[in-house]
Design a binder for this molecule. Structure first.
Ligand SMILES: C[S@@+](CC[C@H](N)C(=O)[O-])C[C@H]1O[C@@H](n2cnc3c(N)ncnc32)[C@H](O)[C@@H]1O
Length: 288
């Protein structure tokens, strides 16, 4: 065998996947963020976007850039974090929450709600509005978390483009809103500033679902349109953490395309109505 014959490539090696693994290793070692359990299809799409924007001939060229330039890592984080959201997204879910869940919460002396992956906060303000209309906001504390600090800063300010208000208003009415959506913000130039009464009991905090601890004793956890970016292993890990963070008979609210079927926690919950994406935690059945 000649020396040349020895330098053969491994058959069927997916070079792009290998390069992405090298990139994720660099990120994990340098910044402590573990993206290995993000869905590969999503990783490929997002890394290709950066490669294209940065005019790089290969993904490997991104490795030294990310290692030596924290701003490039921030760029990666923002690319990985899809922050598309809106007020009363999928209004029928909020209508169900208003009609089926909120009446049950009246019996609790205090209510704790966690919005994991809250993006720019529209979901959180939607819930605060429903709670205010049900006269529950005063005794509720809301934790709104995300790992994207740029989105969290917008969420905390509660300032949105005025042009979006018409759509938000339609969703609010479809969710069973009792007043006028305009009652909950005031216009300032081209922006809508959400009423400060809504955010009084909201804590906005950086939280990374890949590695950070849970918040305990929650009555409701929202984790909508976040799990779709994770692989099965990370979905299971995050869902288990959420199950353990809920009180008995607490509720888990997922996105339209998300389910707990076929996950490790499916036995611990019942869906309040088929395909509602609202799951109630059931008491544990103790073994004999
Ligand atoms: C599409 S938005 C969903 C916003 C809102 N929940 C909704 O359904 O409209 C997904 C959010 O999940 C956040 N996210 C993704 N991975 C995360 C992680 N590991 N830890 C915390 N937040 C994460 C992203 O930053 C983004 O803001």
């Amino acid at each position: 065998m000649s020396a040349q014959d020895k330098v053969t490539s491994v058959p069927d090696l997916d070079l792009e996947v290998l390069e992405i693994h090298l990139l994720l290793t660099a990120i994990e070692q340098r910044y402590g963020y573990d993206f290995f359990n993000y869905a590969m299809s999503s990783l490929k799409r997002r890394v290709r976007n950066i490669q294209c924007d940065e005019n790089l001939s290969s993904i490997s060229e991104l490795v030294p850039k990310i290692l030596h330039d924290p701003q490039m890592f921030d760029r990666f984080l923002v690319e990985m974090s899809v922050t598309v959201t809106r007020m009363f997204r999928n209004p029928q879910i909020f209508k169900r929450i208003k009609e089926s869940l909120l009446p049950k919460l009246h019996t609790y002396p205090r209510i704790k709600i966690w919005h994991a992956g809250c993006a720019t906060g529209e979901e959180v303000y939607s819930m605060a509005i429903l709670l205010a209309e049900a006269d529950l906001l005063k005794k509720t504390h809301i934790y709104a978390t995300d790992y994207n600090n740029q989105s969290l800063a917008i969420a905390e300010k509660g300032i949105y483009p005025l042009e979006k208000m018409q759509d938000f208003s339609k969703n609010y009415l479809a969710a069973g809103g009792q007043c006028s959506f305009a009652d909950y913000y005031h216009a300032k130039y081209e922006h809508a500033v959400m009423a400060s009464i809504l955010s009084k009991n909201i804590t906005f905090a950086h939280h990374n679902l890949m590695r950070d601890q849970s918040f305990g004793e929650m009555n409701i956890i929202f984790c909508r349109n976040v799990l779709i970016y994770f692989d099965q292993i990370l979905q299971d890990k995050v869902l288990t953490m959420m199950r353990d963070s809920l009180i008995h008979r607490g509720y888990l609210v997922l996105g339209d395309r998300e389910t707990i079927s076929f996950t490790g926690i499916s036995e611990s919950f019942t869906e309040i109505e088929p395909r509602s994406r609202i799951y109630q935690k059931q008491p544990e059945i103790s073994g004999f």
